[in-house]
Design a protein. Structure first.
Length: 317
């Protein structure tokens, strides 16, 4: 269970993590460039990434391939991500309601030197493609593209994902701003420096990972469709802290999933190393009024030891 919990928090960290510094809040323009059918949204205070050794240790060990591609494309685009970018967001979304396919788009917020960036494109004889009034530029040879939707907001990723983001921004399709449950979830965590929100499908997928073998038991199969949304935050000030909340809509479902997760933790404690057992002991699970909460807290030293554990190593292979 801890293995999946860590994986949940690691993937969106890509090349960064955060301390309790300025909150990683998205502007209205940035939110408007995210399609309505978002399955997971991750937002990071990029400027705080260098402030925690634990965060950097985690970054050095894990970077999901798809996010590594976005990171590399951003660095090669002519932008100085360490100085120009304040916040980064990554949205995993369905291109249409009912679709099983998923696209990923990145959104960077900051104080961009547009004149310098555009001059660099002209110097390289890079010409934009147009989507309505939006200029889309290729990002080197990565196959990805970028578009400045305003002087402080840039959308980037594969062309089909960026085009969908521009459709949402221009009103050709609905945006995140019209998704009431996800906007409500966002308000629960967007004052934090690193946070993520997931819809019902995203939450169900996450919970199957968290449950591991326990996810196949009858009780979980019965309640998983009632998982409505979830949100989490993570910070690295005074140790490492992770908080996850899952909305189930009713107390029975929350209590059932809480019991199953508690059983999964106890099972893992029986076979884990001393470091893993210590980490599992630092994980608390509770339910109240239709919500399930998971909290993990540890010191920097203990977290560093956990990164060296067989559990973590098997997870990142």
């Amino acid at each position: 269970m801890l293995k999946a919990l860590l994986k949940l928090s690691i993937a969106p960290m890509l090349m960064a993590a955060a301390t309790l510094a300025p909150a990683a809040q998205l502007s209205t323009d940035a939110r408007g460039a995210i399609p309505r059918e978002v399955q997971q949204l991750v937002v990071i205070d990029y400027r705080a990434m260098q402030n925690s050794q634990s965060a950097m240790d985690l970054r050095d060990r894990v970077m999901p391939p798809e996010l590594k591609q976005l990171d590399e494309a951003l660095r090669k685009s002519g932008l100085n991500e360490n100085h120009d970018v304040d916040q980064l967001a990554f949205a995993l979304f369905r291109p249409s309601a009912g679709s099983d396919s998923l696209l990923t788009v990145g959104i960077a917020q900051g104080q961009f030197s547009l004149d310098d960036v555009l001059a660099n494109f002209r110097k390289q004889k890079i010409k934009p493609a147009m989507v309505r009034t939006n200029s889309i530029y290729p990002m080197t040879k990565s196959g990805m593209v970028l578009c400045f939707v305003d002087p402080s907001t840039m959308v980037f990723g594969q062309k089909d994902a960026v085009t969908k983001a521009l459709d949402a921004r221009d009103g050709a399709m609905q945006s995140l701003l019209t998704n009431g449950p996800m906007m409500d979830a966002m308000r629960s965590v967007d004052s934090e420096p690193l946070w993520s929100i997931l819809d019902g499908k995203g939450t169900q997928t996450m919970m199957r990972q968290l449950m591991g073998e326990a996810g196949s038991v009858t009780d979980f199969e019965m309640v998983q469709q009632r998982l409505q949304a979830s949100w989490y935050s993570m910070n690295f000030q005074h140790g490492v802290k992770f908080d996850l909340t899952i909305s189930t809509g009713d107390s029975f479902t929350a209590a059932t999933v809480s019991s199953l997760l508690t059983a999964a933790v106890m099972l893992r404690k029986m076979s884990g190393s001393d470091t893993e057992k210590q980490a599992l002991s630092a994980t608390s699970i509770a339910s109240d009024s239709g919500r399930l909460s998971i909290h993990f807290s540890t010191t920097d030293g203990q977290f560093t030891a956990l990164l060296q554990s067989p559990l973590f190593q098997s997870m990142v292979r």
